[in-house]
Design a protein around this ligand. Structure first.
Ligand SMILES: [Zn+2]
Length: 398
């Protein structure tokens, strides 16, 4: 077990004991300005996206006074496994079962490279960029037609994982999508499921950050850019151009939601952007994150409705219904309303560029385990995501 038994909930009060363990703490943020103030503190968030109400934070030993001094009320929700203790993940045999184990960066790349080797007619690898630390960023193209766009006029879709480094189950899910799509293409009886579609998967948008969660700090979220003030990382889901710089992002380089110095300043997103722009007939996009079990559609940068709200919601409801058959229940909604305003996010940019059917799917769970989802929940999460993608395909056309 990664996390110990939750402590009895403490009353909302400044901490009165010597804190020796990492704690998961719920912080009262009654309005947007308090959320913004909290996310500017030098602390680690414990949510993919924060909203007014209760915001969860991961607090290192000795850090609780930071919340006290900033005038926040909070309650301790439980202990956290020390995120700097990476021995249990490093000292392990190579993972072989992607349905029941988390794969590290090399293992995920090896998994997709094997798909391309085993099914060269249907799967191709393309290097789309290089990170600030020099790691390659790969995309994989899945199609029954490895021919020129003129010969294959099918609609194109993109699925991405591990934009946020600590959201490990998103990598497990895109592996299962890749395997399922490749298997469908290789079997004449199931090829119609994919049809004429061209499907691009970027399994690890953030290789530097993901490697860091395995080797150094399990709760790292951003990329590993060295910022001008010596801090590390830009939030890759605040660095897209649509609405960049607005509410729900931070100009403070130490923040977990730091937006970077300019739209698309980060090489990881330049790679994703340039690939998407090069793809004919771009029609849909899903960015997999965790946790909270929500299917989110544009906009996030504003509470105004998008022009296609009705159809975006209708497709989301189809995905939601398909994903609900595996023991977990998912919600859906416009990002800025279901959660809260966030500027510079992927789904807003993809929707704005092409009016594409564009979603963020927050995978399991709803908070019991959070980012450290036990490995026995990998398979059901993969199954429900693949069911959701099949429902998505049935709605968006080929
Ligand atoms: Zn996320």
């Amino acid at each position: 077990m990664r996390r110990a038994i939750p402590l009895a909930l403490l009353a909302f009060a400044p901490c009165a004991f010597a804190q020796t363990a990492w704690l998961r703490v719920g912080v009262e943020c009654p309005n947007p300005s308090r959320v913004a103030a909290l996310l500017d503190l030098p602390l680690t968030t414990y949510q993919c996206d924060a909203a007014p109400g209760m915001v969860e934070m991961a607090v290192a030993p000795g850090q609780l006074p930071i919340l006290d001094f900033a005038g926040f009320r909070y309650k301790v929700m439980g202990k956290l496994h020390d995120p700097y203790d990476r021995r249990s993940d490093l000292v392990r045999p190579a993972a072989t079962d992607y349905r029941n184990e988390y794969f590290n960066l090399a293992e995920i790349q090896g998994f997709f490279d094997n798909l391309a080797l085993q099914r060269p007619k249907f799967v191709r690898r393309l290097q789309i960029g290089v990170t600030t630390q020099g790691r390659p960023i790969y995309a994989y193209r899945f199609s029954g037609f490895q021919t020129s766009p003129a010969v294959n006029p099918g609609k194109a879709y993109m699925f991405v994982g591990l934009t946020h480094a600590r959201e490990w189950v998103s990598g497990s899910v895109v592996m299962h999508l890749g395997k399922s799509i490749a298997d469908s293409l290789a079997n004449a009886a199931t090829r119609t499921l994919v049809g004429r579609r061209v499907i691009w998967i970027v399994p690890v948008v953030n290789p530097d950050g993901y490697d860091h969660t395995w080797t150094s700090y399990r709760l790292w979220r951003k990329n590993r850019r060295l910022n001008s003030n010596g801090t590390r990382g830009v939030d890759l889901n605040r660095n897209y151009a649509k609405g960049w710089g607005g509410e729900g992002s931070s100009g403070n380089p130490g923040s977990d939601i730091y937006r970077g110095t300019a739209p698309f300043s980060e090489p990881e997103l330049q790679a994703v952007r340039d690939l998407a722009i090069s793809i004919p007939n771009f029609s849909g996009f899903i960015d997999f994150h965790s946790y909270s079990q929500e299917i989110l559609w544009p906009w996030s940068y504003t509470t105004a409705s998008p022009p296609d709200a009705a159809s975006l919601q209708s497709i989301a409801i189809s995905i939601q219904s398909a994903m609900g058959g595996f023991g977990a229940s998912y919600g859906q909604g416009q990002g800025s309303r279901a959660l809260y305003v966030a500027s510079g996010t992927s789904k807003d940019w993809f929707y704005d560029q092409w009016r594409a059917a564009s979603y963020t799917i927050e995978l399991r769970d709803t908070g019991q385990w959070g980012f450290e989802l036990p490995s026995n929940q990998i398979t059901p999460t993969q199954n429900e995501a693949w069911a959701g993608v099949q429902a998505f395909f049935s709605r968006v056309g080929s």
